[in-house]
Design a binder for this molecule. Sequence first.
Ligand SMILES: Cc1cc2nc3c(=O)[nH]c(=O)nc-3n(C[C@H](O)[C@H](O)[C@H](O)COP(=O)(O)O)c2cc1C
Length: 252
Amino acid sequence: MENNEFYSTIFKRKSIRNFDLNSLKENELSEISNYLQVLKPFDKDIKIEIKIVGPDNVKRRMMKKAPHYIAIFSEVKEGYLTNIGFMLQQLDLFLSRNGIASCWQGIPAPKKELVNSSNLKFVIFMAFGKPQDPETMHRSSIEEFKRKQLKEITEIKGVDELLEAVRIAPSAANRQPWFFTGTEKFINAYASKSGFARFFVGKYPQMDVGIALYHLKVSAEHFGSKTKILLDETARMNVPNGTEYIASMKLE
Ligand SMILES: Cc1cc2nc3c(=O)[nH]c(=O)nc-3n(C[C@H](O)[C@H](O)[C@H](O)COP(=O)(O)O)c2cc1C
């Protein structure tokens, strides 16, 4: 399986919800396990645990069955949701790139035995397996992404090309709860925090911004920059209305 260039995958990937229920082959599952060992963290000081489990461990709550699920557990501390978004989006792209269908799944819940199998808190599933219809597992044009326009997600000028890969990132219920300020060399990421909606979407905006930050890293590296994620006090003090500060990315 390949993982050297995710930039083009970002423009093709999509959530797949109809799976072929046959298991993947042993060698495919072990390649996925190996890839899980090399996911890059957003914050390396947050402990996580990732397991590959079958549908018997999942209360699906209306979601269609998949042959396999990633279950991710985490220590609960500042940044843990963003860390999970950032890390599992690498897997979403890796699977898509290798012809394996996947879908982030916030609705299903873990069965008790799964919850009890880790000392860390269960956070979210990602369903994966062979797609029922391999012909339709990728998008073939940018028009197939239903997303906000760039001007709705940033005030930075001159970064249209860089942020296009971020604009089309996936998010829970496709809410795209992200906003970016700063300059082309220093980008601050914020997550929406609207009172009533927050009651429904809870933990997702911070996770979604983790996903967007991973797309930003891939895009920046594609255009030749080195990237560094950091927390910036000035960005934290200058929060756009209705948002909370998540992190900044320095591009060199
Ligand atoms: C954190 C998160 C949770 C999600 N939970 C679900 C879910 O429970 N069920 C589902 O069908 N899709 C779920 N999705 C998929 C989104 O609906 C999907 O990413 C979004 O509509 C954009 O579509 P795309 O992924 O095909 O580009 C989730 C996505 C994210 C990022």
